[in-house]
Design a binder for this molecule. Sequence first.
Ligand code: LLP
Length: 434
Amino acid sequence: MHQFHYSGPDLHCESVDLAAVAKLYGTPTYVYSAGTMADNYRRLRQGFAALDPQVCYAVKANSNLAVLRHFANLGAGFDLVSGGEIRRVLAAGANLRTSVFAGVGKTEEEIRLALENGIFALHVESEPELARINHVAGQLGVQAPIAFRINPDVDAGTHAKITTGKADNKFGIPLRQATAAYEAAAKLKHIAIRGVQMHIGSQLTEAGPFAAATEKVGALAAQLKANHGITYFSIGGGLGIVYQDALASGAAAWWEALPPERRPLTPEAYGAALTPFLAPLGLKVLLEPGRFLTGNAGVLLARVEHLKRGAGRNFLIVDAAMNDLVRPAMYDSYHEIVPLHRDSSRRALVADIVGPVCETGDCFARDRSIQEVGEGELVALLSAGAYGFAMASRYNTRALPAEVLVQGSMFELVNARETFDRVIALEKIPAFLK
Ligand code: LLP
């Protein structure tokens, strides 16, 4: 559920008319609903209420400082994957006491930054990495709190580029090597064993793979609790969202109308499926959701440049492009696209909705049916709050888009549109070319 809806003919985010946001700040612009993020956070925690889990928001999904502050205010910790993300959380005014630091290639400098700022734990992906963490912790004269990321070899059944829990992915330690890895860690002077972690993939819409992985790693966790005194089990992120019927799925009625077996995984069903495996362990449970918290809480506003009527194909050319939202080009992902102003007297148009970047892949949707919209009119690409701005680039020397946060009837620019001067600020012509 989310808070993007038509009020009369006009698309709103909470109580804010999105056309007013576009008028003030231009396009392309990402708009986020703070209310939707808070609802998602509370629903997820509620789904696991029996376990009182610690939610560690996966910063990679949307790392705007305002978003981080919002989640910190709600009580979230963070799942971090770089020194840059650590600095962002600190810049947002939060601390690292309930945050974890993951990733297969942490540098010494990043490990130091995490330890100096009191990270809850480092999630370790290999034995060479463990040796590096032990070394840095020794230099600092501290013990580094760690958990190994275990690869349970479960097929998440999601897009190949976002599957992480299969044996042939680069992530984690194979289950059969886990006991030996923990025994090796126990011998290191500057390592403190704290927990166990897994993450099998992203955009999962069924409970089965989560349950299979939790059962497998849960059995290991019970042994590790007995042998090494671990205190927590992080089950990772991965809970999916609705892309296809994104607008309709904002309303509870859409979910209720679906027969339960056809309903995409809800946080309630996710919690209910995993709690029976987790509760008997008596361990603190960590969740690392990214997409579920922010994905349906954001849209990308774009303006129509032209409607180009081709021989066999229409092209709706908008001012947002693959550099602003790369998911369709990168994963063939679907984003619903709707007009900001609905007009029932207009005909429907079937078109490819594309950006101005010079690549055939710069296409948000093929053969999409949309109400006819003309030059200067506005559209919204839905479910763009996760892995949207966070993956944006400056390809074709297009400046990064603006970001706006809405709460109720209030809204504020939380990231100004980049200027050309900023884009080239660090570039220079070398003396030998002058
Ligand atoms: N924890 C770990 C260790 C992860 O690697 C990830 C995501 C998460 C948590 C959060 O997963 P989520 O709850 O958001 O599914 N750019 C892709 C998604 C990449 C996900 C990478 N890892 C996309 O746009 O679909």
